[in-house]
Write a protein that binds this ligand. Structure first.
Ligand SMILES: [Zn+2]
Length: 343
């Protein structure tokens, strides 16, 4: 092609050839479907969910175990069960308005506040796990119980709560979405648009206690190790465990020492890792046991197209389209048993 342009004046060197740019990413390389294996999308809006369809989502797992959604303190098993039921019911309403497939994950979560009578609810969990809408147990896992949490659960009780639900996942042969807590050192102050709307309902200061808690500095990796150990003791295959909200440290630990999947929650909460962490992890360990989700929730700034943005950004970082596809689509499809969706 001629470089002699009939412009009114010289416009300098501007062509891709002139500046040494070679396009090696054909446009169809970005046409990758995605499955969000961990969201709280039922707490968002119709508009948010419409964007799932616009940006290539085929299925979304809506996690209904968040104490911040239950208004009462102390929270009871019945309060949490209502939340489960709402999510299951919403699944059908949502599917009537949109094209992606909505599913639900249920659990008794250990974060933020304890659930009174929790054992009665865990006894009901196997019957819920048989429902078509329910395709995973979660999110739950060992949490950081600091004074920032209302009515915290002692670590030993948390282990019991988590282990019993791992046994349910084992018996139902469904995956277990394992929440891991923030490590305070990695969080920093990156809030731009105000904190989440999640109410913590702090107890009076004279009732605050931090005893029997993980070390806030190392909580994420410490909790991860305990969760893996609990799964082993419960005979839940490690391949059914998604260690979620991973950071660089926990991803390396999980991929080097276990057969679990690593879940990266991206582009939502300020504690989510930078995209380079995901790219580096895939480069070092491959994409076979990496899944990417959003953990999006109506109580924080929403980015409904986050997984599409992740796809584009990983491609920009030279992650191969096949690795990106594995992490955002094929792996979650296989873990969740959504084998009716295209390969
Ligand atoms: Zn979540």
């Amino acid at each position: 092609m001629s470089s002699d342009y009939p412009t009114r004046k010289s416009v300098g060197l501007f062509r891709n050839e002139d500046v040494g740019f070679q396009q090696n990413m054909p446009p169809d390389s970005t046409r990758i479907p995605w499955i969000d294996s961990h969201s709280h999308a039922h707490t968002g809006s119709w508009n948010d969910r419409h964007e799932f369809d616009l940006s290539g989502g085929l299925a979304v797992v809506m996690v209904a175990s968040s104490a911040s959604r239950a208004p009462y303190r102390p929270m009871t098993a019945e309060d949490m069960q209502s939340q489960w039921d709402v999510a299951i019911k919403r699944c059908h309403a949502i599917s009537r308005s949109h094209f992606f497939e909505p599913y639900v994950a249920l659990a008794v979560h250990t974060t933020r506040t304890r659930t009174e009578n929790w054992k009665t609810l865990v006894e009901k969990l196997p019957a819920y796990a048989e429902l078509d809408e329910v395709i995973a147990i979660g999110e739950t896992g060992i949490s950081l119980n600091t004074a920032q949490v209302a009515d915290p659960w002692p670590l030993e009780t948390q282990k019991e709560v988590v282990a019993k639900q791992m046994a349910v996942a084992r018996d139902a042969n469904v995956p277990f979405i394992c929440h891991t807590p923030k490590s305070m050192k990695s969080t920093g102050d990156r809030w731009v648009r105000g904190k989440t709307e999640s109410g913590h309902n702090l107890p009076p200061s004279d009732q605050l206690s931090t005893e029997d808690s993980l070390d806030p500095e190392s909580a994420k990796i410490d909790a991860t190790k305990i969760d893996v150990q609990l799964a082993n003791e419960a005979n839940l295959p490690e391949s059914r465990l998604v260690i979620d909200h991973a950071n660089e440290e926990t991803a390396s630990y999980v991929l080097e020492n276990t057969d679990c999947y690593v879940g990266f929650s991206m582009y939502g909460h300020p504690s989510h890792p930078p995209i380079e962490t995901v790219a580096d992890t895939i480069e070092e360990y491959g994409s076979d046991r990496v899944v990417i989700n959003t953990d999006m929730s109506g109580s924080a700034e929403q980015r409904p197209c986050a997984l599409k943005e992740v796809i584009l950004d990983l491609l920009r970082l030279d992650v191969s389209p096949s690795d990106v596809r594995a992490a955002v689509y094929e792996n979650p499809r296989d873990i969740l048993g959504l084998t009716h969706l295209p390969e």
